[in-house]
Design a protein around this ligand. Structure first.
Ligand code: MRU
Length: 363
């Protein structure tokens, strides 16, 4: 996607095997890139959320594993590097999926060939992600088109967190259909949940929608219910960090409450995700490990001061405890449909298997 007319991806290979990423901690105030040269750089970037969003976490981990093999590509090194990367963020299943893909691609090669092959596989993962997101966009666009149909009226879409191109390599998952609708001339407007505690909606979703010229309004996380009661939300689209084989959707904390409000108000609630986000080994969303992050993300808020510097301020009394569970699970029964690169399906085992019939054989 473009920023000020310049096409960007969230990460891209640089000279001599390094990987360049947009430092998302600095957005929306500064567009700065960072070079990842080692396994440690990649692990640190994921852990500290220089990069974030399930597909991008996976892509960065794939490159991280490749970088780890530059000087030592032994089986032991692969094991050690995978363990370090896997521990960075536990909920987004794309991370484990991408590591597994790179490992499979290099397992039978001589150590001397593994570094280059791993870099190539990481590159392929990125290209596939772009194509999958493009395809999710095309399938989601048809849903938006149908909603717009009666009178070519404005379609109001609510989204939570950031599941746009900044969360992927390009395009995004939940936002891809919105970009395509906007580009097709369908009048769309996005209600952007600010998404406390880290405010990925306010800082990242608003930034990328603005850069593409998509009309949007940032709202506090608690406003969505009232807007739905007033008929001002036509659909909800969110991304996912892990979706079970039965269609339970794990996403940024607060998503579940939006799904409840959507059901109560007959607003369709869609999750948009690529195959790499489906955890075929789990049936029940309750079994998904929920990442617990630092309480300081709740007790402090960061932003730009009137003087122009970026600073954090405390918003909670000294001594009050804070709990920061980063994700929640929306049960399949509250999900109107799952938008994947292969089409739209019911949020259920049967629905997913209809799109991925090859999974019937492997279980
Ligand atoms: O903690 P984050 O910013 O990595 O969380 C991101 C989300 O929850 C996104 O909605 C999800 O990864 C889907 S991204 C296409």
């Amino acid at each position: 996607m473009k920023i000020s007319g310049v096409p960007y991806r969230t990460l891209w290979p640089g000279e001599s095997g390094l990987v360049r990423v947009i430092d998302q901690r600095r957005l929306p105030f500064e567009l700065v890139t960072l070079d990842l040269k080692t396994l440690e750089d990649a692990a640190h970037a994921i852990k500290t959320m220089v990069v974030r969003g399930a597909p991008l976490i996976g892509a960065t981990a794939a490159y991280g594993l490749a970088l780890a093999l530059r000087t030592d590509a032994s089986d032991r090194r692969i094991e050690e590097a995978s363990k370090i990367l896997r521990a960075t963020r536990p909920t987004a299943v794309n991370l484990a999926w991408a590591l597994e893909r790179v490992r499979r691609a290099i397992a039978r090669l001589d150590p001397g060939q593994r570094f280059e092959a791993a870099l190539r596989e990481a590159g392929d993962i990125c290209e596939a992600d772009v194509e999958q997101c493009r395809s999710i966009g095309a399938h989601g666009l048809e849903i938006i088109r149908r909603l717009a149909k009666p009178s070519a009226r404005r379609v109001n879409i609510l989204t939570h967190c950031n599941a746009g191109w900044l969360a992927c390599v390009d395009w995004g998952t939940a936002l891809a259909p919105i970009y395509m609708a906007h580009d097709a001339g369908i009048p769309v407007h996005v209600w952007v949940d600010e998404t406390r505690p880290r405010n990925q909606g306010a800082s990242l979703t608003a930034y990328e929608l603005g850069a593409h010229g998509v009309p949007h309004t940032v709202i506090v996380d608690n406003l969505g219910g009232l807007l739905m009661q007033r008929g001002e939300v036509d659909m909800v689209i969110v991304g996912s960090d892990r979706t079970t084989a039965c269609g339970d959707v794990c996403n940024k904390v607060g998503t579940y409450l939006k799904a409840l409000a959507a059901r109560d108000n007959d607003v369709p609630f869609y999750a948009a995700l690529p195959v790499s986000t489906i955890d075929w080994s789990l049936d029940n969303g309750r079994d998904i490990e929920i990442e617990e992050r630092s309480a300081s993300e709740v007790t402090e808020v960061s932003g730009r001061t009137a003087a122009g510097e970026v600073a954090s301020v405390r918003v909670v009394p000294d001594g009050s405890a804070a709990l920061n569970l980063a994700f929640d699970v929306t049960p399949a029964r509250l999900v109107s449909g799952i938008i994947t690169e292969r089409g739209v399906c019911e949020a259920s085992r049967e629905g997913l298997l209809r799109l991925y019939p090859e999974r019937r054989r492997t279980g």
